[in-house]
Design a protein around this ligand. Structure first.
Ligand code: ADP
Ligand code: MG
Length: 337
């Protein structure tokens, strides 16, 4: 009561008005992890550049195999010498989570697929289909069961390379949300790193977050549907339209099936996974894309995650938790099963 009266008469006192009186939305578009970073942070000061730096440091110092000084690069370097490398709790946790997903997905998600990705070089200038024997010989060097985590130490079997690429943007969303949680004046935010998004907190006006789902068969970024979510969620989409090339009428995209060494080929063309972890939503979207519709639905269930599965024929399947949250915008092109 006393507090209330004090606020009424001394509204200028910082804090009495609550954060909302000074809250505004700060936005920024930038680049990180080879993709577009979109930030919208509701708070009293512009923290978007600070968060961009946090994510770019995460990439350079920890996740990127391209950076010689990153933890991933050090793990790989030590592994080639038959030695383990001591990381930190967070990093070892990410690797453990990736290995668990690898196991639960029957190897559809495999964080040792990096050397094959580099062979395919789908993002290169003139990608072509690699020689069958090169694919087979690299396949022999992959396998998540050849990565060993012991506390903070990571040991790789000879020849194996660790690549957290398929979960990196989701890890970025986790790191972003944890960073925002430490900033008391931040009430809400939505951060997107390529196809991985975190909606954080409640929007000041109380309305739900709206997340667009891209039309996988339209290169102009047209949305096929939209998802309405309240509070903090992690949403990731993997599709065959993000990075690909065509040869002899066949589409070769960036999500590889670790069982064959070739791009995953089933009825799916886009998978969105929604859950309470960035790493998992990112990893699950990749794993589900490789697994195909039926097994994907089972894997989502195992993790208590929700999903939107789009098939090449325009059929859309959603999990039960999204029935009231998802709607199709391109009704002539897509139908809900
Ligand atoms: P998406 O968001 O479409 O899943 P990302 O850009 O997140 O794509 O992931 C690309 C990364 O995924 C590359 O680093 C590649 O090495 C890796 N990758 C491709 N296929 C797999 C797979 N089956 N399991 C794990 N990682 C994979
Ligand atoms: Mg991914």
């Amino acid at each position: 009561m006393t507090f209330f009266i004090l606020c009424l008469f001394a509204g200028i006192l910082a804090g009495c008005n609550g954060p909302s009186s000074k809250t505004q939305a700060f936005t920024r578009t930038d680049f990180v992890m080879d993709t577009v970073l979109g930030e919208k942070i509701y708070g009293s000061q512009d923290l978007t550049a600070d968060l961009q730096k946090v994510l770019s440091d995460l990439e350079k110092e920890q996740l990127s195999w391209r950076e010689a000084e990153s933890i991933v690069a050090k793990v790989n370097e030590a592994g080639q010498k038959g030695e383990s490398y001591e990381t930190d709790e967070a990093f070892a946790g990410w690797v453990s989570d990736c290995l668990e997903l690898a196991e639960k997905s029957g190897g559809a998600f495999d964080p040792t697929i990096g050397s094959l990705t580099r062979l395919w070089n789908i993002e290169g200038e003139h990608p072509t289909v690699p020689e069958e024997e090169d694919i087979q010989s690299l396949l022999e060097e992959t396998g998540y069961e050849r990565v060993h985590v012991d506390g903070k130490k990571i040991l790789l079997d000879s020849g194996v390379q660790l690549d957290l690429g398929a979960a990196g943007k989701g890890i970025g969303c986790d790191v972003a949300a944890n960073w925002l949680a430490e900033r008391k004046d931040v009430t809400a935010a939505v951060i997107s790193i390529g196809g991985s998004i975190v909606t954080y907190g409640e929007k000041p006006d109380g309305s739900p977050w709206t997340v667009g789902i891209q039309d996988p068969r339209n290169e102009d970024g047209v949305l096929m549907g939209s998802l309405e979510l309240e509070g903090t969620h992690y949403i990731s989409t993997s599709g065959d339209y993000e990075r690909f090339f065509e040869e002899d009428g066949v589409r070769y995209h960036h999500i590889l099936d670790p069982a064959t060494g070739y791009p995953a080929d089933n009825s799916l063309c886009s998978v969105t996974a929604v859950c309470d972890s960035g790493l998992l939503s990112d990893g699950l979207s990749t794993a589900c894309f490789v697994l195909g519709k039926e097994k994907a639905l089972k894997l989502l269930e195992t993790y208590g995650a929700e999903g939107i599965l789009i098939e090449k024929n325009g059929q859309v399947t959603i999990t039960e938790g999204l029935t009231k949250r998802f709607r199709i915008l391109e009704k002539e092109k897509y139908t809900l099963e």
